[in-house]
Write a protein that binds this ligand. Structure first.
Ligand SMILES: [Zn+2]
Length: 103
């Protein structure tokens, strides 16, 4: 939601590609909007940590299956990246406050 005109002008994709150094223009009021830096950083760090733990967890889960080493590693990494991206998208679109860029 745009903090300036309170309209829902930002799609999930807009929010995902928005960064503190890369503000986006609101389609409705034209204000430049960016995410607040610290919450942005926290969600990035949390999802990175989540990714590492997910990969380790899936590795542990897959190891008794007797798959080859390469398969075990690649499956864990792929699943870990997908799951942590979902968490990151959720965190990013739900909890990161947006603010108007003042110039
Ligand atoms: Zn707006």
């Amino acid at each position: 939601m745009c903090p300036n005109c309170k309209q829902n002008t930002f799609s999930i994709w807009d929010k995902m590609t928005m960064a503190p150094l890369k503000p986006k223009k609101c389609k409705n009021c034209g204000a430049l909007i960016k995410p607040k830096f610290l919450p942005f950083l926290f969600s990035l760090i949390i999802s990175q940590i989540f990714m590492i733990f997910t990969i380790l967890f899936i590795l542990k889960l897959l190891s008794p299956l007797g798959l080859s080493f390469i398969w075990t590693i690649s499956l864990s990494v792929v699943l870990g990246v997908i799951l942590s991206s979902l968490v990151w998208i959720k965190l990013h679109t739900k909890f990161i406050p947006l603010k108007v860029v003042q110039d």
